[in-house]
Design a protein around this ligand. Structure first.
Ligand SMILES: [Zn+2]
Length: 117
C-alpha cells in the first residue's frame, strides 16, 4: 500500500486508484496495413519493468480522472505525476532503477524477455 497524490484531489491511499497499465502507447495510424503479429503486439504486449515505469492511473474511487505516473515498480516510489497527453518526464541521474541495481528484466527466476519472430 502506498499513497498517490491525485493531481485533482490530493494525497489518497493507493486502494482508491486503478492502474491502467503502461502509458504512452500510440495507436498505429494504419491498422489495416498491419500484420496480425504487429496488431497483437500493439494490443497486448506491454513492458513490465522492474524499475522506473510510466503508467496511467485512474482515481476510480474518487474523481475518476486519469493521469500519468512515473513509478519505480521495485519500491513503489512515485517519481512524478503528470497530466495525460504530456510527454514522459526525463528521469535520470545517479538514482538506480532498482534498489540493488539488478537488471530491469530477467532478474527473477523467469525470463520476461519478449523475442519477436
Ligand atoms: Zn482524484
Amino acid at each position: 500500500m502506498f499513497l498517490i497524490n491525485c493531481p485533482y484531489c490530493g494525497e489518497r491511499e493507493q486502494a482508491e486508484f486503478s492502474c491502467g497499465g503502461e502509458a504512452h502507447i500510440v495507436r498505429p495510424k494504419n491498422p489495416p496495413e498491419l500484420t496480425d503479429d504487429q496488431w497483437s503486439e500493439y494490443l497486448f504486449m506491454r513492458k513490465n519493468i522492474k524499475g522506473i515505469q510510466f503508467e496511467r492511473w485512474n482515481h476510480s474511487n474518487g474523481c475518476r480522472r486519469w493521469f500519468n505516473v512515473a513509478r519505480n515498480t521495485a519500491t513503489d516510489e512515485i517519481l512524478k505525476i503528470y497530466n495525460m497527453g504530456e510527454k514522459p518526464p526525463n528521469i535520470s541521474g545517479d538514482a538506480l532503477d532498482t534498489p540493488s541495481g539488478e537488471p530491469e528484466i530477467g532478474s527473477g527466476n523467469i525470463s520476461t524477455t519478449y523475442t519477436k519472430k
